[in-house]
Design a protein around this ligand. Sequence first.
Ligand code: PFF
Length: 452
Amino acid sequence: MQAGAEQRGQWSSKIGFIFAAAGSAIGLGNIWRFPYVAGENGGAAFVLVYLACVALICLPYMFAELALGRNTEKNPVGAIRAITPRSLWIAIGILGVLTGVFILSFYAVVAGWTFGYIFKLFLTEPTPFTEFIASPWTVIGLTALFILFTVLVVYGGVSNGIERWSKLLMPLLFILMILLIIRSVTLTGASAGLEFLLKPDFSKITGKTFLAALGQAFFSLSLGMGLMITYGSYLSKKDNVITSALWIASLDTLVAMLAGLMIFPALFALGKAPDAGPALVFIVLPEMFREIPLGNLIGAAFFLLLSIAALTSTISLLEVPVAYLVDEKRWKRKYTVWVVGAFALLLAIPSALSQGAVGWLGNIGGRDFLSLMSFLWGDISLALGGLLLTIYIGWVWGVSNAAEELAKGSTFFKSRPFGLPFTNAQIWAFFIRYVCPVFIFVVLLNVFGVFG
Ligand code: PFF
């Protein structure tokens, strides 16, 4: 009997799972990070490489995480323990659980700014962004509020909390984005932005573009820390993992593209440069909203949308450590949620104060504390976790076990595409054993600056 089984939830429907997993994937990564990374890396050329990364690396890898989760019905640590008890491989699961809490800590700070901006846009004399993020009590208060929202949703459990909220929030997000796109593309001069996003200049594709795109795809799809193991563990054997993953990756990519369509036409219409970096959303957009009719309303809607997207992601970040403590340590779910939430808030304080409030936190080895956390946990830890998990699933658990799991609920997986001599499962096995680890390894080398 599985530990804590009586407290273990299951998705009440397949569509609920897709909403929740897509909600995890879709977040600040798509709407805040994707546009500025695309802006810095040549626009459409980056987009093209990004799409290739999602399809060829991330999608096969996502199948693997989901397969391990559904097969074992466990959190990342429990899943690995179920396959290889008392082995060092369990460290990958622990790394994933820790990564969840640490990403949550700095992610909640940025999410807090986002939430604050909903109201800030209505002020007649708003403080500039740099001043806003340097005011300690405002920023800590907003971070705490955001973590509280997250705790309250996760408190409700799997189908009652996460699933119900995702089903409500995700469609709202789409509607808001479409409205903002209509506004953006109808501004005079918007076509230059469309061109920037959609007409690739192939000379801009370099090794750096490729690595930036792969890293972004990994973060955006919530891969590398066992989130998809955890969410996959709440799936029933009847569910089709393959089509679910296709939906999640497509929706995530669609929202990133919609974010691009929302931001670049307006950006170019207002004569701004696309390479403004991480401040793009917070500095450039409010300026843009101020210059268009009903700007503060549209702007507030935008930051509300971004907060919603961030919330469905913070929910998932909290769920990974919570699932671990409930399953493995037999903690009570309701109590666990509060403890992990409080711990994440404590960890978030130095990140929140690193943007001008406390001087020395603004420069730790050349980075501010928040950027350092983002680098250590968002870049290094996810890439390392992804590399180790793909090796673990491809070589230790084994591709035939994983393929067996994936074939449950999916006839497609064992069929031969276009009359070829091998099955889809065999093609996938090749990707998971060779293509994914090699590529992720290259990204990791890049994180350590091997390519300069
Ligand atoms: N995918 C989220 C985003 O794009 O904002 C961030 C994230 C959530 C990463 C959950 C990892 C994770 F497990």
